[in-house]
Ligand binder design. Structure first.
Ligand code: NDP
Ligand code: 2IT
Length: 453
């Protein structure tokens, strides 16, 4: 680590104590950027990086709501408006008990670079709450969303800040949030993405992150004249991203043998076929059940609880070619990364945000496997959100084929940017540098153009 990175990291840590995920995300990016700053002293002089690590605005608010027993509940709401150099703030909302300022700042920071890579004009933001939708009734979720939006609606708008879904926020939550925004502001606009199809949503948005992560893996494989046909894949999570990752892998001739949730994972040696995936969609999206039920239904599958005491996750310890981490941050540590490599995995495409710890990432880079970091590999979701904004502006919906073709084209273009940028900065094949530098350049140049703001 050079002295510039060291000093900057010391400052970021001193100013933002205890925000460990934010420190991790910043350190990874600025390690990639040192070489860029050496080539471009104008970025250093304008303190572009120092400005990038400081959110333009942080909103934090009380969210009171009534539970079904009439009791009072209080949660905390957030929106981080990180950077608007190339477009309105854009990024998801996460509802999960682990949510705090540091986690949302890491996500908002990564979003800035990811959105820049999509080629669409979107700035970066992220928000959410420590509210846990698990075990809540639909009415409780609705009352929470209405209270959350009652404050948030003062700060967002289709040309200002456009939230979407993330962990714990899917179609149901976006519906309640949109309804309350419309009621208070008295306007029907594209203020959120991931909307229902008959009220402004885009076809393929639910599928987009998973499909995109698989398209990105296919592009990485193509650099070695290979495809996903016949490849065995490990997928973690069982939510939105995992579900459509599996669908696309099946379509492209691969086989998926794992799925998980925060309690445990299932291993299905025969592979999760379209019919079994149908069961998972119903289990997770309608009944909101646990993945354990998969092994109760399909007897050949084995369920294993994941204990927090273990120093590794046993689901990453199965023979396979590809891994698609699609649950949450830091779900692959160094030992997991070593297990993956020992088991023959040589393609990792990150559907989740920052799912691999820094030691794990370094191992993937040392071993020169095809490693697609989240900023690049999972950008398909926000890219189709951008396409939803385009359709809302035109008041004209596109067909499935139109959106899917555009998504595919965007993922290929992100892949090309990563490959070419990594090469021109002296680290061929390093998608981490490719994504960080590629995403940075566009934002940095826009910031220079717009003066000291
Ligand atoms: P969902 O809420 O639909 O699903 C999340 C899945 O991950 C669930 O299976 C959940 O299990 C599991 N999970 C969540 N937190 C943890 C945890 N702390 N430990 C273990 N398992 C956990 O979310 P998404 O599928 O939308 O998001 C998954 C990942 O993809 C996140 O990292 C998100 O930031 C990222 N992402 C999402 C995009 C989108 O468009 N939705 C776009 C780009 C990235 P359980 O049900 O037990 O909580
Ligand atoms: O992490 C992400 O890119 C998302 N959760 C999607 C954001 C969006 O605005 O669609």
């Amino acid at each position: 680590m050079g002295s510039y990175v060291k000093n900057l990291m010391a400052e970021v840590k001193a100013k933002n104590p205890a925000e460990i995920e934010f420190h991790q995300a910043v350190e990874e990016v600025i390690e990639s950027l040192e070489v860029v700053l050496d080539r471009h002293p104008e970025y250093r002089a304008a303190k572009i990086v120092e400005r990038l690590v400081e959110p333009e605005r942080v909103l934090m608010f009380r969210v009171p709501w009534n539970d079904d027993q009439g009791g009072v509940q209080v949660n905390r709401g957030f929106r981080i408006e990180m950077n608007s150099a190339i477009g309105p703030y854009k990024g998801g909302l996460r509802f999960h008990p682990s949510v705090n300022l540091g986690i949302l700042k890491f996500l908002a920071f990564e979003q800035v670079f990811k959105n820049s890579l999509t080629t669409l004009p979107m700035g970066g933001g992220k928000g959410g709450s420590d509210f846990d939708p698990k075990g809540k009734s639909d009415n409780e979720v609705m009352r929470f969303c209405q209270s959350f939006m009652t404050e948030l609606c003062k700060h967002i708008g289709p040309n200002t800040d456009v939230p979407a879904g993330d962990i714990g926020v899917g179609g149901r939550e976006i519906g309640y949030l949109f309804g309350q925004y419309k009621r208070i502001r008295n306007e029907f606009t594209g203020v959120l993405t991931g909307k229902g199809l008959n009220w402004g949503g885009s076809l393929i948005r639910p599928e987009a992150t998973g499909y995109g992560a698989v398209y990105f893996a296919a592009e990485m494989l193509r650099t070695r004249n290979e495809s996903l046909e016949g490849k065995t894949c490990l997928v973690s999570g069982s939510g939105n991203v995992a579900q459509y990752t599996i669908e696309k892998i099946i379509q492209l001739g691969g086989k998926v043998i794992t799925l998980s949730d925060s309690c445990g994972y299932i291993y299905d040696e025969e592979g999760i076929d379209a019919e079994k995936l149908e069961f998972v969609l119903e289990l997770k999206n309608i009944r909101r059940g646990r993945i354990k039920e998969y092994a109760d239904k399909f007897k050949n599958a084995v369920y294993t609880e994941i204990s927090a005491d273990l120093d590794h996750n046993p689901m990453w310890d199965h023979a396979a070619h590809c891994a698609f981490p699609s649950a949450t941050q830091n779900e692959i540590n160094e030992k997991d990364a070593q297990n993956l490599i020992n088991n023959g995995v040589y393609v990792v495409s990150e559907g989740a945000n920052m799912p691999t710890t820094p030691d794990g990432v370094n191992l993937f880079l040392d071993k020169k496997i095809l490693y697609g970091p989240g900023k690049a590999a999972n950008a398909g979701g926000v890219a189709v959100s951008g396409l939803e904004m385009v359709q809302n502006s035109m008041r004209l919906p596109w067909t499935r084929e139109e959106v899917d073709n555009r998504l595919h084209h965007i993922m290929k273009s992100i892949h090309t940017t990563c490959v070419q940028t990594a090469e021109s900065y002296g680290t061929p094949g390093n998608y981490v540098n490719g994504a960080n530098i590629g995403g940075f350049l566009k934002v940095a140049n826009a910031m220079l153009d717009q003066g000291l703001v």
